[in-house]
Write a protein that binds this ligand. Sequence first.
Ligand SMILES: Nc1nc2c(ncn2[C@@H]2O[C@H](COP(=O)(O)OP(=O)(O)OP(=O)(O)O)[C@@H](O)[C@H]2O)c(=O)[nH]1
Ligand SMILES: [Mg+2]
Length: 301
Amino acid sequence: MTTRAGFVALIGEPNAGKSTLLNRMVGAKVSIVTHKVQTTRARIRGVAIEDHSQIVFVDTPGLFRPRRRLDRAMVAAAWTGAADADVVVLLIEAHRGKTEGVQAILDSLTEKAGGRRIALAINKIDRVEAPVLLKLTEEMNAAYPFEETFLISAEKGYGVDDLRRWLAQAMPEGPWLYPEDQIADLPMRMIAAEMTREKLTLRLHQELPYQLTVETESWQERKDGSARIDQVVYVARDGHKGILLGKGGETIKAISKAAREELEEFLGRKVHLFLQVKVRPNWLDEAERYSEMGLDFRDGN
Ligand SMILES: Nc1nc2c(ncn2[C@@H]2O[C@H](COP(=O)(O)OP(=O)(O)OP(=O)(O)O)[C@@H](O)[C@H]2O)c(=O)[nH]1
Ligand SMILES: [Mg+2]
């Protein structure tokens, strides 16, 4: 029996639905999702099996015009994900169409992902009428010679099985890359930090989510089967710390509770989560913060 295995990079503008699609393909929440742009900061691998193929999906940060060092490192990580993959899937949003941002991605696609098989996935089809999709499909294929176009809703699951089947046969022949039961390739301490960052991003407004990072400092297994997890939230300013803590520590308490509940569900056991907020004006320029996030500090140059 021939087995296949390979990497599929999901790329696109921020908010296109890449992480939602990865989670759906894997059947578990491996990558965090919010309604805000620039949620994903590094490459996150999730593994799906279809027939005799093992498909390693690589979720990437959104592609946009970067301003800060962190933004540049994120965008570089996304393009590296595309260059390292066997197949690239470009996700765009049906209701937004061929935006300037999408055009900018198309302009770089040949140079950055040359030689890869490239498919288009028009996502969020639940938000538009059929004629819009027809027109957008034509417009996109006139702009770039995609090998295939898929009309999907990552959230509702429409069209996702077709995409998975196509990707399965597009994987190169070879032995599987991960054990059959493995669904993610990210250290648990990082998944835990990401879950907390998701709750922070959902709860905090404006620039604040973009000016903080979360790290798991320690993880202790307890005799009773529970885990004690200590995390630090780095913020850039004193004022941010105040907002994050909230009146009488209300805000941080609510965030911590939400993160803990999700961690407990993921791990299937009890978790004691302790969050500490530290003000660190220069964390965005510290190499160690980047390696903790899974990014290359030098990419930000
Ligand atoms: N209506 C609709 N919403 C969707 C669909 N897929 C994703 N979304 C929503 O779009 C928003 C962004 O989803 P994400 O998966 O975080 O997008 P992303 O591309 O990973 O974003 P970044 O990590 O910021 O680059 C979330 O609010 C999702 O619930 C879809 O098929 N239909
Ligand atoms: Mg994402």
